[in-house]
Design a protein around this ligand. Structure first.
Ligand code: S3P
Ligand code: PEP
Length: 405
């Protein structure tokens, strides 16, 4: 699906969709529990459905609706299941060690860019601890069961490796250690994991450059479990509200959330000043597409540094952000691990390739608010990955969007 967006002004209130980061973790803790878990939520997404499909493949019963998820753990783990991870990196990197902790022998498949996204360091750490794995990217087959032990891996490729191990290792007989050989980046995502584990009564200790994870722990679903509103997707509306005449409020967010993308509020405040600015993004990679549009709305050069890992997401986001800004008449340059945007306060019009990346499509839509002419976004259905009702919300705020062939 392609969309044409006419120049418009957004006004109104949006209720935040549930954080997929929270939901993945809560569902995985639920599948590791002994009894049924109910999770209150607001809105689903393809990525959350991918985790549900994998849980079903493992033998769980999962009911999904826009307001609640119910998951009943497997009575007996399915025989040699195939876990279909869709395009969800979180699903694949969390469930690779989790499935290896609960079953002996399974396969995992992915779609879109997922088969090209890195898994190698996680695969190697698992191979050092009891598993034989057919390759270092999807699709792959795992033989053997994960054993407790020491898991050594870098902290600066994807924090999702660490989250996967933190979810898996408490289920093993015996204690384990995670030793990070390089400093952890995207740390706040690991904090979300620790918070969800704690809500299921599971204990993990920070130790040195990593974590000590006691084994033989039971996962106990808490009553009244609810997924938090998603700061990463709300960031598109916050950036819109920081531009021109747009006035958008977002409800349903936790102001004290451990979600790292809550930092968007502070970053927008910094970006409200004129002049050249440098912003480090190791800890907030998912904000960069929206921030690169906001950078066009200010006068001066904004350089996003520490951005190398953006190349490992649903698209090479350094390159796709650069192309998006240039396609709309702005000026941007890519470095090996940086992106510089030279803002003039406005954009013109143009056609943006969504690159199969939900965050590029949403950023381009917000970019239309700075444009004097129409913006066409190709492959707009990519929003389904994290925020299927994005364009419905955009229209409800007064955005003028036509579906075109
Ligand atoms: O754990 C998570 O829920 C996520 C971690 C981040 O990935 P990295 O740790 O690879 O940066 C983030 O980009 C992704 O959208 C969600
Ligand atoms: C990178 C993302 O997700 P994942 O890694 O789970 O595919 C994202 O949502 O921007």
């Amino acid at each position: 699906m392609n969309v044409r967006i006419r120049p418009s002004v957004l006004r109104g209130t949006v209720e935040a969709i549930s954080s997929k980061s929270c939901l993945h973790r809560q569902m995985i803790c639920a599948l590791l529990s002994r009894r049924e878990t109910a999770i209150a939520c607001r809105g689903l997404s393809r990525d959350v459905e991918a985790t549900a499909q994998c849980a079903r493949a493992l033998g769980c019963a999962v009911e999904l609706s826009e307001t609640a998820i119910r998951l009943r753990p497997a009575e007996r783990t399915a025989d040699r299941p195939l876990l279909p991870c869709g395009e969800s990196g979180s699903t694949a990197r969390f469930l690779l060690p989790v499935a290896a902790a609960v079953t002996e022998g399974f396969s995992m498949a992915g779609e879109g860019r997922l088969p090209y996204r890195p898994m190698a360091d996680l695969v190697r750490a698992m191979e050092e601890n009891g598993c034989t794995i057919s390759g270092d990217h999807l699709p792959l087959t795992v033989e053997g069961r994960l054993r407790s032990g020491t898991y050594r891996l870098p902290g600066d490729v994807s924090s999702q490796y660490v989250t996967g191990l933190l979810l898996a290792l408490p289920n093993l007989d015996g204690d384990s250690a995670i030793e990070l050989t390089t400093p952890l980046q995207s740390r706040a995502y690991v904090d979300i994991t620790l918070e969800v584990l704690e809500s299921f009564g599971v204990r993990v200790e920070k130790s040195g450059n990593g974590f000590f994870v006691p084994g033989n722990q039971a996962f106990t679903p808490p009553d009244g479990l609810r997924a938090e509103g998603d700061w990463s997707n709300a960031a598109f509306w916050f950036c819109a509200a920081a531009m021109g005449e747009n006035r958008v409020e977002v409800t349903g967010l936790n102001g004290w959330s451990v979600q790292g993308d809550r930092a968007v509020v502070e970053v927008i405040r910094r970006m409200s000043q004129e002049g050249d600015l440098s912003i480090r993004v190791e800890e907030i990679p998912d904000l960069v597409p929206a921030l690169s549009i906001l950078a066009c709305a200010r006068r001066g050069k904004t350089t996003f540094t520490g951005a190398g890992r953006l190349r490992l997401k649903e698209s090479d986001r350094i390159e796709s952000c650069r192309r998006m800004v240039c396609a709309l008449g702005g000026s941007a340059e890519a470095g090996p691990d940086s992106l510089s945007v030279l803002g003039s306060g406005a954009l013109r019009c143009g056609t943006v390739d969504g690159c199969g990346d939900h965050r590029i499509v949403m950023a381009a839509a917000i970019g239309s608010l700075l444009c004097s002419g129409d913006v066409t976004v190709m492959g707009a259905e990519a929003v389904n990955k994290s925020y299927p009702q994005f364009f419905a919300d955009f229209r409800a705020l007064g955005g003028i969007v036509d579906d075109i062939l």
